[in-house]
Ligand binder design. Structure first.
Ligand code: ADP
Length: 476
């Protein structure tokens, strides 16, 4: 056994990890990254972790070949029965099993439904996500039972699998397979709750799970307030004693300027000057003159309300810098940014798409990185930016407040365009007028450790905590 493992085989904790996304098999955003990277870090600690994921039609079966391990398993759902097959693949480059639950519910080529989808040449309405994910959760538990995998902890994530604790209670009334199983529920984003008439999946997860956590210490406090609680603050306050915040890490192998396969020139703390080659390369690519002295300001995000891109106004064109924005999302935010690029083409470049390569190029090329979020459970982009020596300018909220400070970046509190403008102006002033201070800012970001190792140990502590003792009355 690996010497780094801190758990002996005897006490190996068994974890059943339920997630709607797992990178690299099926990813939409941060949830997938966390599921993939946290599982790896937990396995490194010696845990027996097994992941359950729906067998979506979009999973590339050539890249991730899977073997059928269960045929035609009956899963009782209310008064009817559904049949599933279960396939197994491993998380790439690990021995962590991923159980892929196959059922017609998950055939569509999308992870989340967005109305109608094209299937076999015809438009079909995607089955309701609420039912699909409730079924997935039930099917995952049935799979564990069939495989005789008796988990010490079922770790559910976000609203999709929030009903796990509820289902376990019901299943334990039938037999005692999960009698010793604890439940941990992780909130990755309170904004999506899985709401249906008379039921809120997120609320059920918060109320019924033994322990609850979210993805940064500051967000764990913020969600107890009306401003950030998204209507669930009262429920969350009831679980305050069992609620904690564990900061996400980033995949420091995938995001590494010294080895990154997407960028023009590699660099590290010791060869930071080489970073500017990436800037001039990107300037050329965008059709701008190459000038390594001009400050390049980057932003990579989903263009949605949460991310605060509406704080970037026309006034920003007065600043002495170039802007490169990459993202996709709601049309109104896309259009507002595209208008800036149309009006000031030599200063703003806006790319509307999901593009992993360009994202890495921006992290490597930029001097400053913007994250003006309205709220931010954790946020990965500010950490990635720092790892690439790009100095973050962020709103002081959630995980941004836990990772960015005066030593490694710039923060503003009040969510207004003028505050954001003011702090970005200050950052640019230091960039142009105080090169030594700027170098220090870059270096302190670059030297930080954003790996998952520390956070995985905190999850391990939660897994080892005893079951909840207080009895919460059902709030719904
Ligand atoms: P969220 O999970 O709310 O979308 P995070 O900051 O936690 O935000 O994670 C965003 C991740 O997705 C980062 O790895 C970021 O680089 C990546 N990303 C976001 N938008 C794009 C895009 N348009 N192209 C490539 N990568 C993107």
């Amino acid at each position: 056994m690996d010497k780094r493992n801190i758990i002996s085989n005897k006490s190996k904790i068994k974890i059943l990890f339920l997630s709607a996304e797992v990178t690299p098999l099926a990813k939409v955003g941060g949830l997938g990254d966390v599921a993939g990277a946290l599982s790896k870090a937990l396995a490194k600690l010696g845990l027996d972790i097994r992941i359950c994921l729906p067998f979506y039609g979009l999973i590339d079966q050539k890249k991730y070949p899977a073997k059928k391990i269960i045929s035609q398993l009956t899963v009782p759902v209310g008064d009817t029965n559904e049949i599933i097959d279960v396939y197994q693949t491993n998380l790439p480059n690990t021995k962590i099993p991923i159980y892929l639950i196959k059922n017609n519910f998950f055939n569509p080529k999308k992870i989340y439904s967005g109305g109608r989808i094209m299937l076999d040449g015809k438009y079909t309405r995607q089955p309701d996500d609420l039912n699909r994910f409730a079924f997935f959760t039930l099917a995952a538990l049935a799979t564990a039972k069939k495989l005789n995998f008796q988990p010490g902890v079922v770790h559910a994530n976000d609203w999709h699998t929030a009903l796990a604790a509820d289902f376990i209670k019901t299943l334990n009334q039938q037999n005692n397979f999960f009698a010793k199983t604890k439940t941990l529920y992780t909130i990755h984003n309170l904004a999506n709750q899985g709401l249906t008439k008379g039921k809120n999946y997120m609320a059920e997860g918060v109320l019924n799970s033994d322990l609850v956590n979210t993805v940064s210490p500051t967000y764990a406090k913020e969600i107890l307030t009306k401003e950030y609680g998204a209507g669930l603050e009262k429920i969350l306050i009831k679980r305050k004693k069992q609620l904690s915040g564990i900061l996400n890490g980033i995949d420091t192998d995938f995001f590494n300027p010294a080895t990154d396969k997407f960028i023009k020139r590699h660099y590290s703390v010791r060869s930071l000057a080489a970073k500017s080659t990436n800037k001039t390369a990107l300037q050329s690519q965008l059709g701008w003159p190459r000038n390594k002295n001009t400050a390049l300001v980057g932003l990579v995000t989903r263009f949605v309300r949460q991310k605060g891109v509406d704080l970037i106004t026309e006034k920003f064109s007065r600043l002495n810098c170039q802007f490169i924005f990459l993202g996709a999302g709601e049309k109104k935010y896309e259009d507002a940014l595209l208008n800036l690029a149309k009006k000031y083409p030599r200063q703003f470049s806006v790319k509307i798409k999901f593009d992993e390569r360009l994202a890495h190029e921006i992290y490597a090329a930029s001097d400053i990185f913007l994250v003006p979020s309205r709220f931010e459970p954790c946020g990965l982009t500010q950490m990635i930016a720092m790892r690439y020596g790009s100095v973050p300018v962020v709103r002081l909220t959630g995980g941004l407040a836990d990772t960015v400070n005066k030593k490694n970046g710039f923060t503003f509190k009040k969510f207004t365009a003028s505050e954001f403008y003011k702090i970005l102006s200050q950052a640019l002033k230091i960039y142009y007028e105080k090169p030594k201070a700027w170098q220090q800012l870059k270096l302190s970001g670059l030297k930080q450790n954003f790996s998952w190792d520390k956070s995985a140990k905190q999850y391990l502590k939660l897994y080892r905590k005893p079951r909840r003792i207080d009895k919460i009355k059902n709030f719904c």
